[in-house]
Ligand binder design. Structure first.
Ligand code: NAD
Length: 293
């Protein structure tokens, strides 16, 4: 079993990005600028956004954090988005999800200019991705593809089961892995809450991507020997032994699955850091090239 160390790999990619930023500065060109909009005080969202802003600083990007209280109206948020769309200094921006219940997330996603949609959530980017056209790939699936690529894991012709069909992880992941591409050419099964006999599918899988949101859902007896395991889940479980009162666990029961796997991502330190670095890669692209012109 080999750990897929997302922390280490993301640091390597950040170093590569930092070199590119110094070259940009030497040439007097525009430095990439990422803005993040954070609504309310959801602790998990706060920590994700903090990590995104800190990563911008590490590689030399400019960053802007726009914070508003949870009682912001949808209209007010849409105005902030319109301002960021029009601000030529901002190359890309994200609106951290989830949003308070009174705000329609679909309306918010649709309001983001696809050229600045570095999270890759807008239907224009999703559609382009599905057709294999240049697009901002959604950050988490992009991070997973990068990880499989950099670790040299063969995907062509492999059986892959993606568990979870969200618009931001499971569904785009299933599309990317079935595309005709360097990391792709898998035979993909997209499993979800209505899938019958999930184990019959996972036991046949060479690659399992778990994006469910249930701690330890994938267990050792559901996994074939030698499988590649990508654990997307980030779940907080109570733990009195920790100073903060909780610990983070994935959707995979690491202790029973790891001994059967060939490669496995840890939680934390697996997919999470790769998501952040993908956002940076998309922002650099947004700054350097306008793929829609
Ligand atoms: P979501 O909550 O939107 O959807 C969960 C999916 O799991 C649904 O499609 C549902 O059909 C499926 N599911 C639920 N119960 C199931 C069952 N019993 N059997 C099979 N499938 C079932 O999911 P999401 O937003 O993709 O998030 C999933 C997990 O990934 C969460 O823990 C989230 O925190 C984490 N996440 C991590 C990152 C990262 O950067 N590592 C990014 C996004 C999400």
């Amino acid at each position: 079993m080999q750990l897929l160390d997302g922390k280490q790999l993301s640091n390597t990619i950040k170093e590569e990005l930092a070199v590119q930023v110094s070259q940009i500065k030497e040439q007097g060109e525009k430095v990439p600028h990422l803005a993040a909009v954070l609504i309310g005080d959801n602790p998990a969202s706060e920590s994700y956004v903090r990590s995104k802003v800190r990563s911008c600083e590490q590689v030399g990007f400019e960053s802007t954090l726009i914070r508003r209280k949870a009682d912001i109206t949808e209209e007010e948020l849409l105005e902030i988005i319109a301002g960021l769309n029009d601000n030529s200094d901002v190359d890309g921006f994200i609106v951290q999800l989830p949003l308070p219940k009174h705000i329609n997330e679909d309306r918010v996603t649709l309001a983001i200019d696809p050229k600045k949609d570095v999270d890759g959530f807008h239907p224009v980017n999703f559609g382009k991705m599905a057709q294999g056209l240049p697009a901002y790939l959604p950050a988490t699936p992009f991070g997973i593809v990068t990880m499989l690529d950099r670790y040299g894991i063969e995907t062509s012709g492999k059986e892959c089961v993606v568990v979870g069909r969200s618009n931001i992880v499971g569904t785009p992941m299933s599309i990317l892995l079935s595309r005709k591409a360097k990391v792709g050419n898998c035979t993909v099964t997209l499993a979800h809450s209505r899938t019958r006999n999930l184990s019959a599918h996972t036991l046949n899988a060479d690659i399992i991507i778990a994006a469910i949101g249930i701690p330890g859902f994938i267990t050792g007896e559901m996994v074939k020997k030698g499988a590649v395991i990508i654990d997307v889940g980030i779940n907080r479980v109570d733990d009195d032994s920790k100073k903060r009162g909780y610990r983070l666990v994935g959707d995979v029961d690491f202790d029973s699955v790891a001994p059967k796997s060939s490669f496995i991502t840890p939680v934390p330190g697996g997919v999470g850091p790769m998501t952040v670095v993908s956002l940076l890669m998309n922002t650099l692209r947004a700054c350097r090239e306008n793929q829609y012109e």
